[in-house]
Every structure is written in C-alpha cells, then in structure tokens.
Design a protein around this ligand. Structure first.
Ligand code: PRP
Length: 211
C-alpha cells in the first residue's frame, strides 16, 4: 500500500483557493467540503490527507515533518526562515511587504526610527541593509494603529489592496518584497516520498499556469 502524503493547508480564504487548485489538479478529497469541525480529511484511494492549520503554523508542521508538504506565504518563510524546501510559487495570495506611515512623515536620519510590526526579522534585515538605526516595536495585529497613536514612526506590514492603509490615512512609502503563496516540503520526507510529492507539485504547477 502506498504511504499517505500529509498536506497542511492554511485555514481561511487562501486555503480554500489552494484546496481548489489541488482539486483541479486531480488531488481531491470530497469529505473536506462537509460542514463540520473536523480538521483532517483523507482520500484513502489517492493516498492524501489534508489538514487545516493556522496559516502562520504551516511551516512548523512541515519543518518538523508532521506534514510532508504545506502551503505557506512567503512572508512567513522570510520571517521564520524554516528549514524546508520551497518547491513552487502558486502565484496566488499576492501582496507585498511594505513600509507605511502617515502622509506627513519625513524620515530624520539623525533619529532612531521607531518601527511597529509583526514581522520583526524582515524589518530588522531590511533596515540593517540600509544601515538605518531602528527601534522595533513588536505587535500582534492592528499594526496600522501604531503611527496614528504615535507609538511608532512607521509600520512594516502586508499590503494587499491598500484599503486598510487608505482608510487609516496612511501611505505606503517603500516596498520591501513581493509576497505570494508557496508550496513547501519537509526535507527528510521529500527524500522518501519524492515521486509522489513531485507528482502533486507538477499537478499544481499545471493548474497555476491558468491563474
Ligand atoms: C493584513 C495586514 C493589513 C491588511 C492589508 O491583515 O496586516 O492589515 O491585511 O490588506 P489590504 O491592503 O487589502 O487592506 P490581515 O487581514 O491578514 O489580519 P491580521 O492583522 O490579523 O494579520
């Protein structure tokens, strides 16, 4: 009997889109569409098992081998730098990591720049590359509030449509890096299951060409 390929999907809108791509590529699992609170779904015949995890946890499941493959945003991969293979850019979940601030903000290089963000490693690396002295303020959400309330000078955050910034009177100043969803694989498991994992990745690659 062939071994099961364990696949970690990011819970939420992106995850549903990603599952749709698996389905289109022939790796479907009809039970996933049942409305219940189950978190794992298996298609025994196809030898695949999906499970929903918090998007920021996908890389942990894959790095530790609890999942053979998973779908993670490039933002998470850059921030946590997990020891995994990055196999494919799905070309969905597109957004960018950007620096934003109030319209009136002007950087004064003589002063330490206060940066609020959830992505402290990305922000540190970015400003280190510019030799800019910064003070990182780590927040877990509603980052846009920080410059409004004077907690920080700028924010480093994800911008998708730009609506959140606009509605909070903030403007994007610089793009740090473009982001999209990536297929990642556990390094050791990839060795044992490379043929099956490659077949899945090829299937996904062929459907993402149409996206
Ligand atoms: C992200 C990000 C912004 C928003 C940007 O938050 O932190 O707040 O999306 O999207 P927009 O440019 O389309 O307005 P998310 O919804 O992921 O929630 P979070 O703050 O909990 O991370």
């Amino acid at each position: 009997m062939k071994s099961v390929i364990n696949i970690a999907l990011p819970k939420g809108r992106l995850g549903e889109k990603v599952y749709g791509m698996f389905e289109e590529a022939g790796f479907d699992c009809p039970s996933i569409k049942e409305h219940n609170r189950k978190l794992t779904f298996e298609n025994e015949e196809k030898g695949i098992r999906f499970f929903w995890v918090k998007p920021s946890d996908v890389a942990i499941y894959v790095e530790r081998g609890a999942a053979d493959i998973g779908i993670a945003g490039k933002d998470i991969l850059l921030e946590y730098n997990p020891n995994v293979y990055e196999l494919l850019d799905l070309g969905i979940g597109k957004c960018r990591m950007a620096v934003a601030a109030k319209k009136t903000f002007r950087d004064n290089p003589a002063k330490t720049l206060r940066v609020a963000t959830k992505f402290t490693n990305i922000a540190r690396e970015y400003y280190a590359g510019k030799c800019r002295d910064i003070d990182i303020i780590h927040l877990n959400g509603s980052i846009e509030l920080a410059p409004i309330l004077g907690l920080s000078d700028v924010i480093v955050d994800i911008v998708e449509t730009g609506k959140t910034l606009l509605e909070n009177d903030l403007v994007p100043f610089e793009t740090i890096v473009p982001i999209s969803a990536r297929v990642i694989a556990n390094k050791a498991n990839f060795k044992f299951k490379s043929e099956r994992i490659e077949a899945i990745v090829e299937g996904l690659a062929s459907v993402c060409k149409d996206k």
